[in-house]
Design a protein around this ligand. Structure first.
Ligand code: MG
Length: 373
């Protein structure tokens, strides 16, 4: 019978990890770290359900990768765990920090096999160094280093977390309820990723795949009299602009969709809905900047971008250079990696009748190579 739920805690801001991607989004082969951890746990035990706790922003993107259950974290580890426990119905729960990314199958099986109602099973390491506490050495034989995953009785853990005390792990919460604490042998393999230097101590992390991801985006907007026309964030001299919920920068919108397309994260409407007041009249370059930050946080590097603007009017020849350089700045790319092409529709169809403009964009992304960092 499946009587254990797996909870993976990954909602921390990871502020001590000083690389462009968040540590949860370091890529191992073709998987982000958090997904590798979740998938590898499934090969060790058959859980009733797997719950991944993360930030709201991350969850929106994580949903595109796998059908695990995602729960929004709180302001602390304990709040995050409480949120996750709300939906847990199994008698036991195995809780692990997602940053403890290299799993030791035997250690996890030791934890699971030792389970006991009302108690908590904790993997521990022996202390090999001398430790001073407030100026005096303590008996290292009586000291232990505590690891995760820890297996707890769900009801006892839920009850313990109702108390107004901030526990740093599940075993201290269970101990406060007079639950049994069962120590089992931990594993040096279960090292936690906190700072960049830890990456070399985590042999389970593979080199990120070097394959290029290709994305395509298209956007169309009709003209609207009396509005400032914007293309690639550049003001275009024209008696009309673009009818839109935002500033109508049709070129930027196509670029955002190409970037989101390559990353597999969705489309512009999912991130910046045109039904939201927040984005009424918004400067589209702000949306692009936000997209670039999101991609960098999630371990993607932009390779290049190629844009075709299909317009009978206005004439864009004199703006192409300004558009290229502005877009390059917004994307943190060298200008030669941002190509802008303009063409007419030879007076055919709605573009030819000067009713609006269409833009197509193609882009490549790569995974951030943390090994070279
Ligand atoms: Mg648009």
């Amino acid at each position: 019978m499946k009587n254990i739920t797996l909870i993976l805690l990954g909602a921390g801001s990871a502020s001590r990890f000083k690389l462009p991607p968040k540590k949860q989004w370091i890529w191992s082969g073709e998987k982000p770290l958090w997904l590798q951890v979740a998938d590898n746990f499934q090969t060790i035990h058959s859980f009733k359900e797997t719950v991944i706790v993360s930030s709201k922003d991350d969850i929106q993107s994580m949903r595109n990768f796998a059908e695990y259950k995602f729960v929004e974290g709180g302001g602390s580890r304990q709040e995050s765990l409480k949120n996750a426990l709300e939906s847990v119905s199994t008698p036991f729960v195995l809780v692990s920090d997602i940053a403890r990314c290299c799993l030791d199958k035997e250690m996890i099986n030791r934890v699971i096999l030792a389970k006991k109602s009302k108690g908590c099973v904790v993997p521990t390491l022996k202390v090999v160094d001398t430790i001073y506490f407030k100026g005096s050495p303590i008996d290292r034989e009586e000291s232990k280093i505590i690891q995760t995953p820890q297996l707890s009785c769900t009801a006892t853990l839920k009850k313990a977390l109702l108390i107004d005390i901030e526990f740093t792990d599940d075993s201290s919460a269970i101990a406060s309820q007079d639950g049994d604490i069962i120590f089992v042998e931990g594993s040096v393999q279960a090292h936690k990723l906190t700072v960049v230097e830890d990456l070399s101590k985590l042999p389970c992390l593979k080199k990120p795949s070097s394959k290029a991801l290709i994305g395509f985006g298209i956007d169309i907007h009709p003209f609207e009299d009396g509005k400032q026309m914007m293309l690639c964030g550049v003001e275009i001299d024209s008696p009309f602009g673009f009818k839109a919920h935002s500033d109508g920068d049709v070129a930027i919108h196509a670029v955002i969709d190409a970037l989101l397309g390559a990353s597999g994260l969705g489309d512009i409407g999912e991130f910046y809905p045109d039904t939201s007041d927040e984005y009424r009249g918004v400067d589209s370059t702000e949306l692009l900047k936000d997209t670039v930050i999101r991609l960098n946080n999630f371990g993607y590097i932009i390779g290049n971008i190629d844009l075709t603007i299909i317009a009978q009017t206005p004439k864009l020849l004199n703006y192409k250079k300004a558009m290229r350089f502005n877009l390059a700045k917004l994307l943190n790319l060298k200008p030669n990696l941002v190509n802008i092409k303009a063409t007419t529709a030879e007076k055919l169809g709605w573009i030819g009748r000067k009713e609006g403009v269409a833009v197509e964009a193609v882009t490549t992304l790569y995974y951030y190579d943390w090994i070279q960092a």
